[in-house]
Write a protein that binds this ligand. Structure first.
Ligand SMILES: [Zn+2]
Length: 62
């Protein structure tokens, strides 16, 4: 049974690497040497990144 139906997943077989934002980058916050994820499009680590998107805390958007 070799049924591999990957619908809507352009991975595997493409040969192209996933889009990344560079490796070995660190947080731009002075003194912070936290490495950023390859997939982190920001310049700061999760602790120092500016809060742009307010999280819905306690608010239920029904
Ligand atoms: Zn940082």
């Amino acid at each position: 049974m070799s049924e591999r139906s990957v619908a809507g997943t352009p991975f595997n077989g493409g040969g192209r690497p996933s889009r990344s934002f560079g490796r070995g980058r660190v947080c731009k916050e002075p003194g912070c040497e936290t490495r950023l994820s390859m997939y982190n499009s920001g310049k700061y680590c999760s602790q120092h990144e500016p809060l742009t998107v307010p999280r819905t805390r306690g608010k239920k958007i029904a």
